[in-house]
Design a protein around this ligand. Structure first.
Ligand SMILES: [Zn+2]
Length: 492
């Protein structure tokens, strides 16, 4: 068996002012052909699975380029075409192959391409022809298009959000595509459009039970795989929205029926899928009262409106200002993306005390910069944090304590990313377990590492650059009615 694999991924917030060019990919993650190391990465699930299965089964695995960019604004045409054509050229050189497995995100929008993954998959199909199976692993925050389902044989989304299952789903995809290449199965994909757009973290009910239920349905009655496409709210594209994908072994009618049953069930739960967001003051009040009660560990508050994983700068200062104004002590905040402040900390050195200005730089939604007398606690070159088994780059990073504000500790980073692992803080000498309140800039991915130590987890929705109320998003390209933009999207 000869296998081609590659990855190209980013999640495009089409409303973000931050341009995603070639440099954004090279800074976030880039590995040329055969240069991908051993450290797992979120969008390299198929590559790692192909390696693993290939070693056991004597496959020839041709590893193409892997390139990911942190979520931000529209990708430049030049950057998309550069990486796309690089991968397609590698595939042409690798021909003939028996199967192709790709790690994609599914919500990449480039200048001139609203559906980058559809474009890429269609071009892959044109190269390999109709007989070679093509599979892709996707982030559930993708825009599923007809071009994607027509061009690929199997699409598998991460089931979990936080996406802790990227390695398992990658193996599932590679196994299905390999079975297809051997003629053991004939996958067909059925899609049901739920006509809704909603956030659906899977750590909370009712999503937790729904995901567990679809897992139990897989592998029975000809059902090969079930994915929930959550959709990504900040992509202004025609195909935005929640969908169910059922892959069956050549049972179109059965797959269509099951996709519709599951899709209707999800739609019926639509207004219960997303935990209510508190205001900053409500969350701080609730945290202080929880700290008086039973339990151990910090109260963890998610600043969801400044989540770099959703395309935000991660440098807003609203929460820090509230904590300072209210005089709350024992608080840690991170990550704040401010490469210049990090450089200042390195210049001052560990233990250095000086007046630092940080945060609030990227735009009006970042708030005002904070000016404070700080002590540099730790400076780390090329720092990392951990997400499941994957390492995530923080760039050069530093921690500071605000001396006049109850020891408020802030984790400053140079490579923009969201809070994923506790080592975001502990790697910088801040022990999150010993803080009273930990404020993380993240939407739900922080839950994987922080929920186990949290006395309670609270969600806030701004102010900040990302709006959680989709009714406020100025969409221009939606091609069909979606709840909650309309009350009943199925009304004729
Ligand atoms: Zn996602």
């Amino acid at each position: 068996m000869r296998v081609f694999t590659a990855s190209l991924a980013t999640e495009t917030d089409t409303f973000s002012p931050m341009v995603t060019g070639e440099e954004a990919f090279r800074t976030s993650f880039y590995a040329g052909p055969g240069a991908f190391g051993d450290e797992p990465r979120l969008f390299a699930g198929p590559l790692l699975a192909a390696r693993k299965r290939g070693a056991a089964g004597n496959w020839q695995v041709v590893e193409g380029t892997c390139a990911f960019a942190q979520s931000a604004g529209t990708v430049t045409r030049r950057a998309y075409e550069l990486f796309r054509d690089e991968i397609l050229g590698q595939l042409r050189d690798a021909m003939p192959v028996d199967m192709v497995v790709l790690g994609l995100h599914g919500a990449m929008v480039a200048d001139g391409y609203d559906d980058c993954e559809g474009d890429l998959l269609a071009r892959v199909r044109a190269i390999v022809g109709p007989g070679v199976p093509i599979g892709a692993e996707l982030d559930p925050h993708c825009h599923l298009t007809e071009t994607m389902t027509r061009s690929a044989d199997v699409l598998v989304c991460f089931k979990e959000s936080p996406h802790t299952d990227f390695l398992e789903r990658g193996e599932e995809l590679v196994d299905l595509i390999a079975d297809c290449a051997r003629g053991k199965i004939r996958p067909v994909m059925s899609v049901y459009d739920c006509r809704m757009i909603q956030f659906m973290p899977t750590v909370d009910e009712p999503m937790r039970s729904f995901v567990d239920k679809i897992k139990r349905l897989e592998g029975r009655g000809g059902v090969l795989s079930i994915s929930i496409v959550h959709g990504y709210t900040l992509g202004d594209v025609a195909d935005l929205g929640t969908k169910i994908v059922v892959v069956t072994d050549n049972d179109r009618a059965g797959g269509d029926r099951l996709a519709e049953v599951l899709g209707r069930e999800l739609y019926a739960m639509r207004d219960r899928l997303f935990p209510e967001s508190a205001s900053m003051d409500q969350a701080l009040d609730q945290a202080l009262s929880l700290l008086e009660g039973p339990g151990t560990g910090p109260v963890v508050i998610a600043d969801r409106a400044d989540n770099a994983g959703g395309g935000a700068p991660s440098d807003s200062t609203y929460f820090i200002e509230r904590v300072i104004t209210r005089g709350i002590d024992g608080v840690a905040v991170g990550p704040v993306w401010d490469p210049i402040a990090v450089k200042q900390c390195f210049a001052a050195g560990e233990g250095g005390v000086f007046a630092l200005r940080f945060g609030g730089k990227m735009g009006p939604t970042s708030g005002r910069p904070v000016d404070a007398r700080v002590r540099v606690r730790r400076c780390v070159r090329d720092a990392k944090q951990t997400f499941v088994k994957a390492r995530d780059d923080l760039g050069d990073a530093a921690s500071v304590e605000l001396l006049d504000h109850g020891g408020l500790a802030v984790a400053l980073i140079s490579t923009r990313t969201q809070a994923l692992g506790r080592d975001l803080f502990s790697g910088l000498g801040i022990e999150p377990e010993r803080r009273r309140i930990v404020i993380v800039k993240s939407f739900t991915h922080f839950n994987a590492a922080f929920r186990p130590i949290a006395r309670a987890t609270l969600y806030t929705g701004g102010p900040g650059p990302l709006t959680l109320d989709v009714r406020q998003v100025p969409y221009t390209k939606l091609a069909r009615p979606l709840w909650p933009l309309v009350e009943d999207p199925f009304a004729r």
